[in-house]
Ligand binder design. Structure first.
Ligand SMILES: Cc1ncc(COP(=O)(O)O)c(C=O)c1O
Ligand SMILES: N[C@@H](CCOP(=O)(O)O)C(=O)O
Length: 401
């Protein structure tokens, strides 16, 4: 049993309503379960495979989900980077190992399943890339036509390739992501298309399972801190919401310090935390090499501010140089390939550690959100091109010397 509740004024809506914002105050909605009525034990969950669907009792889908086997991603111990920073318990949860290479798949398995359960016949999103790649794949699986709006020239190649190959109608707009989101919202409301950005309360339900898995992979222990790159701020809000539910169920007894990392050229949430603002001031022209988080007006900011403040967490910004340096370090020292936005979480921890702003004994889980192959152009720009030689051993030995 669950209902939709406005995060601002508390107005409630029945779960079958196709609604993304409160009709009373315009703020976002969240899914609220009757947790007293939920009959499941941790042992029962632990007997199931590690996956989004391990936690189905606190997900909204009732029938067979539209699934590509999402979740169950690895939690890596960052031994070398951790040692350099004096952090012996530094981990990366590699969400790039999901079916389409990002955490969005956790959201889309739930969101597209709900689209089907609600009788919707088409789906859409705006995207900096990963949302569109994921929605296109799940829409294909569910036989639903899919429209995606992208900011022209600002989406990494791998992500556009995915959306096209999975058969979405891909449209680039001469504007940024924030404008694309406004446009797709209007499109969906006026045309009866199901909107699957993070304004969709059901989609974020899937994403909360990142936190559940991290706790399970640490043997039921809550990390002291969870660190996430922040763009539209849905993921950090979702992970916090989910962990609060685990706490309410009595499965955990504390929450991690939720820590959000943004790019220096796109940091409205960081500024709101630093300046202790109740409402964040949007950035009109966000810019960063981490195009996935090139977002000036995060729609989930209200929830993210609560997540950070209620847990004693923090927010920090990292420069593009710091992001790319960490992308290379993760790849070369730990063997973990991530896209730039994902490296931001670990770059943020490096910065906080170097500034002495975190306790060296903390157990820290950084969520690395998308795979290296998403943005091959940024990778190639940072690396020496392969040497081309004649096809004989002498030539090979001479370049290896
Ligand atoms: C790879 C990657 N990392 C981080 C983010 C930021 O997540 P959120 O928008 O939920 O804050 C996104 C998309 O927004 C993304 O695609
Ligand atoms: N990085 C995102 C931006 C859209 O965020 P969403 O969570 O609202 O879908 C993307 O991949 O498009």
């Amino acid at each position: 049993m669950y209902r939709l509740v406005c995060v601002h004024c508390g107005a409630t809506y029945t779960p079958d309503q196709i609604i993304y914002t409160c009709s009373r105050c315009g703020h976002l909605l969240t899914v609220e379960y009757d947790l007293d009525g939920i009959d499941v034990s941790r042992d029962e969950w632990n007997r199931r495979p590690l996956s989004v669907w391990r936690y189905r009792e606190i997900l909204p889908v009732r029938g067979e989900p539209v699934s590509l086997q999402e979740g169950g991603t690895p939690l890596y111990h960052l031994t070398k980077i951790g040692k350099e920073l004096g952090l012996s318990e530094l981990y990366a949860k590699h969400e790039g190992m999901n079916p389409t290479g990002s955490f969005k798949d956790r959201g889309m398995t739930v969101g597209v399943s709900m689209a089907r359960e609600l009788g919707m016949t088409s789906v859409a999103c705006a995207s900096t890339g990963n949302t569109s790649a994921s929605l296109a794949a799940y829409a294909a699986k569910a036989d639903l036509p899919c429209v995606v709006l992208l900011p022209a020239g600002k989406v990494a190649l791998g992500k556009v390739a995915q959306a096209l190959m999975h058969g979405a109608r891909v449209i680039s707009i001469r504007g940024n992501f924030d404008r694309a989101l406004e446009m797709v919202h209007e499109l969906c409301i006026s045309q009866g298309i199901y909107l699957l950005n993070s304004v969709n309360p059901y989609r974020l339900e899937g994403q909360k399972t990142i936190g559940f898995e991290a706790v399970d992979q640490l043997g039921g222990e809550v990390p002291d801190r969870m660190v996430l790159p922040v763009g539209n701020a849905g993921n950090i809000s979702a992970v916090y919401k989910g962990l609060r539910e685990l706490e309410a169920l009595g499965f955990i007894d504390r929450l991690p310090m939720m820590t959000g990392i943004q790019a220096a050229g796109s940091q409205p949430l960081v500024k709101a935390i630093e300046q202790n603002l109740d409402v964040l001031v949007p950035e009109a022209a966000p810019e960063t090499v981490a195009t996935a988080i090139r977002i000036g007006a995060p729609v989930n900011a209200e929830k993210a501010l609560v997540a950070i403040r209620a847990t004693g967490g923090t927010a920090a910004a990292v420069t593009d140089e710091e992001i790319l340096a960490m992308q290379r370090d993760l790849a070369r020292k730990e063997g973990i390939g991530v896209e730039p936005a994902s490296a931001a979480s670990v770059a943020g921890i490096r910065k906080l550690a170097e500034l002495g702003l975190i306790d060296k004994d903390e157990r820290i889980v950084c969520v690395v959100t998308g795979h290296l192959l998403k943005d091959p152009e940024t990778v190639v720009r940072q690396c020496e091109p392969p040497l081309e030689i004649d096809a004989d051993l002498q030539s090979l030995l001479s370049v290896l010397r």
